[in-house]
Design a protein around this ligand. Sequence first.
Ligand code: SAH
Ligand code: SF4
Ligand code: F3S
Length: 466
Amino acid sequence: MKQTPVYVTKEALAAETAAMEAVKAHAARPSSYHIVTYGCQMNAHDSEKLAGMFTAMGLEEADDRRNADLVIFNTCCVRDNAERRALGNVTWLKELKKEKPELIIGVCGCMVQQPEMAERILKQYRFIDLAFGTHNLHRLPSLLLDLLEQKQRVVSVIDQENLIAEGLPVKRLCSHHAYITIMYGCDNFCSYCIVPYVRGRERSRRMDDILREAEGLLKSGVQEIMLLGQNVNSYGNGTGETFPELLRRLDALGIPRIRFMTSHPKDLSDELIEVMANGKHICNHLHLPVQSGNNEILSLMNRRYTREDYLRKVEKLRAAVPGIGLSTDLIVSFPGETEAQFEDTCSLVREVGYDSAFTFIYSPRIGTKAAAMEGRIPDDVSSRRIAKLIAEVEASTAKAHQSMLGCTEQVLVEGLSKRDPGMVSGKGTRGITVTFKGTQADIGTVVPVHITSAAVNTLRGERTER
Ligand code: SAH
Ligand code: SF4
Ligand code: F3S
């Protein structure tokens, strides 16, 4: 059953707009902000909303945390190292605060939404002035106003897991590429994953709201949109609206390029494959996380597909969308994973032939089912497995890149190359980075590039006419 979301009411949103005005007029308000973002694209886009609200409150963006009056950390907790890095950096700011006592330190995002985190912040991290979770991000203006007026710490985390706040101001990082969140939360409860606990129940935005946002972006000259959700394939809000239908309608608007992530293999339907094949603007790339190549591990992970199901879907995609590039996420050392089971993941990488893959060592997350499973894999074994898997992925990437020699890629230029002066880089439709000779003026435009050399990290080429 699809959840019906609860929309934040017009009155509540109006109260936030009033709070923005009050912060703007407040004599003691900070004049600049700096946001540090961890985690996935969802968080990156949430940070664009935070930036939009700060801007509406009259704060200017500081390029460095040392120059800001307010620093906020938008955190991730999907793996232990993500969490440790965030906490380490927040603590580092404690020192800065000694020199600059008026500095406001904020934390928000997934880490804060974990059970008991609010209490921990109150007790253990006394230098944090402002903290809120993922479900009340839209309340930033009134929380900041409380902080300014009451001159005491504000820690506010709520449990309501099915809220959607429409119409928040957004300050986008990039003028030619834009994120659109189409659904929030996740109901899949993969046994290793904390996301459903910190992002709440799966809920989808209204199709009309999404189309309106996309139309606005098209008018503003955006070249590429990326639709976001933890499991976009299951988009739907109980009114019969589906992801293939949404894609078809977005494709008809004429935005030059459409991408989306993440797709759960169990929900990748024939209809979606057909829309990808027939769409004029849908990129020939799919991020399709497999996690493991072994059926017993997939079952323990609660992924609800088998290696064979996955391979069948890959075959269908390749037949329907010629030249499609696939990328994935992989986890090694899930509890109890044997050497043979790990080898199944390696062989799957070879069999599919990915363009790229994110590889992770399993990290136990409190409250998830897998955290209570037996069979912790020793660190030295995990290190060896991940090194081997990375080598497999690199070999697969090298092969995919080689196959593109002599092709022409339509490259959306993202920026000047950091390593090579006089060069620019961007992504082709298949999502692979291409570097070629260019200037600042190319940024944000689509340039046809003939691929002339292929390395593991990047493709190189020359501008052509077509
Ligand atoms: N919703 C997306 C992505 C979620 S998080 C999906 O379903 O694919 C991104 C990736 O982090 C996951 O695909 C998984 O590979 C990895 N991940 C999540 N929890 C993890 C954990 N506890 N340990 C290691 N990797 C994890
Ligand atoms: Fe986590 Fe699974 Fe949901 Fe992805 S689909 S966010 S891995 S529970
Ligand atoms: Fe991390 Fe939250 Fe994304 S836990 S991966 S920032 S949804």
